[in-house]
Design a protein around this ligand. Structure first.
Ligand code: SF4
Length: 375
């Protein structure tokens, strides 16, 4: 892991982004924002799952009119996602949102962008400015300027250069208005392009970066594509806030993002970590079913203990090394160990409850300071 690249810091409500702030997890609601109850319920669900910031779309005035009530009811800062209509940005700012996502490229006139910037300055609200591979490539067939045409002809490298070029163009507006509460994004559906683009942007600018792979696809492929790009960038110290997005329930995006940050040691776990063997021909129980049941039960424990569910005692103890509580299953029976020491032998039917009981007991001992976590 490389050290975090230094960036400026902006404040989104009470959540700092950039500098030495923890990497913030974002997601976006899939409800119509004007449906207040549904939108609030989704935002609260994201927040409970570990989401730090939530973005909502505000395509119509009815959506911005719903914002004050939504803001009253949710526990995390809200970002208004604006496309085409600068008036929606002004209404959202007036309503009290904590950040605006706006691409100057799809706002008709410079004076309209200036008005949004002035309103954000007054309220000390940051703006996320981004380029999107899709909107750039779309321009291939339309009248593009010579410099853009030349870059588009240059394959992935040219596209990356063009993305940086477009960001420079947008940022000129913000520089001229002396506004620097900016977060940058460069979205692409291609993981390799996203990696190259964010690397280039990170070298060129010191604004905090919002990482994401856009239109990543269905969960089976989209999840991998997002995590491949984001892991590479995070390991290089690039990224200050992120959204994992694919065509699925957005709650899964939040849990994936949290797991990714925990796996890379960029966020402290506040719940048990479950490890399980990959299963093989030595297995004598329905381990996958047991793992699912253990996962559900452990959700009640708010302590980052490491729990292992292993299919046998042949390789299990070695593979579960470092687990605080583990079960090693055999034919019809299992041995429960706490920090490597066997404490109980149980039948297959007792395994779930016994593992859970020992996990609860162990977490309580950690809480009382009687024992330390293994990992
Ligand atoms: S723990 Fe045992 S059953 Fe599970 S994968 Fe390893 S050897 Fe196979």
């Amino acid at each position: 892991m490389s050290p975090r690249r230094p960036t400026r810091q902006v404040l989104v409500g009470d959540v700092p982004i950039g500098g030495d702030a923890p990497i913030a997890i974002q997601s976006m609601t899939s409800t119509h924002t004007r449906e207040v109850d549904r939108t609030v319920a989704q935002i609260r669900g994201f927040a409970a799952a570990g989401c730090d910031l939530v973005r909502v779309a505000v395509p119509t005035k009815r959506d911005t009119e719903a914002l004050p009530e939504i803001l009253r009811q949710v526990p995390v800062p809200i970002i208004a996602d604006v496309h085409f209509h600068y008036e929606r940005a002004l209404e959202a700012i007036e309503a009290g949102v904590h950040k605006i996502r706006l691409n100057p490229g799809n706002i008709a006139a410079r004076r309209q962008v200036d008005r949004v910037i002035a309103a954000c300055r007054e309220r000390r609200i940051p703006i996320r400015v981004g380029v999107n591979e899709g909107s750039i490539v779309e321009r291939r067939d339309r009248g593009v300027r010579a410099v853009e045409k030349a870059l588009l002809a240059g394959g992935r490298g040219g596209l990356v250069e063009l993305m940086v070029h477009k960001l420079e163009e947008y940022l000129r507006i913000f520089d001229e208005d002396d506004f620097h509460d900016v977060v940058l994004a460069a979205k692409s559906a291609d993981a390799r392009l996203a990696i190259d683009a964010y690397r280039a942007i990170s070298r060129r600018f010191d604004y905090p970066l919002h990482l994401g792979v856009t239109h990543a696809g269905p969960p089976e492929t989209g999840r991998i594509r997002s995590i491949a790009a984001l892991s590479a960038l995070l390991a290089e110290g690039i990224g200050d806030t992120l959204r994992i997005s694919y065509a699925s329930d957005s709650l899964d995006e939040v849990t994936d993002a949290k797991e990714l940050l925990c796996a890379l040691g960029l966020r402290t776990r506040d719940a048990p970590e479950l490890i399980a063997c990959p299963t093989c021909g030595r297995l004598e129980i329905d381990l996958l079913k047991l793992v699912g049941q253990v996962r559900e039960k452990l959700a009640t424990i708010k302590m980052p203990i490491k729990v292992a569910v292993m299919g046998c005692v042949v390789n299990g103890p070695g593979e579960a090394e470092g687990a605080d509580v583990a079960v090693f299953a055999g034919k019809g029976r299992g041995i429960i160990c706490v920090q490597g020491e066997p404490v109980r032998t149980v039948t297959e039917a007792e395994m779930l409850d016994a593992l859970y009981e020992e996990s609860v007991k162990f977490a309580a001992r950690v809480e009382r300071g009687e024992v330390q976590l293994a990992g």
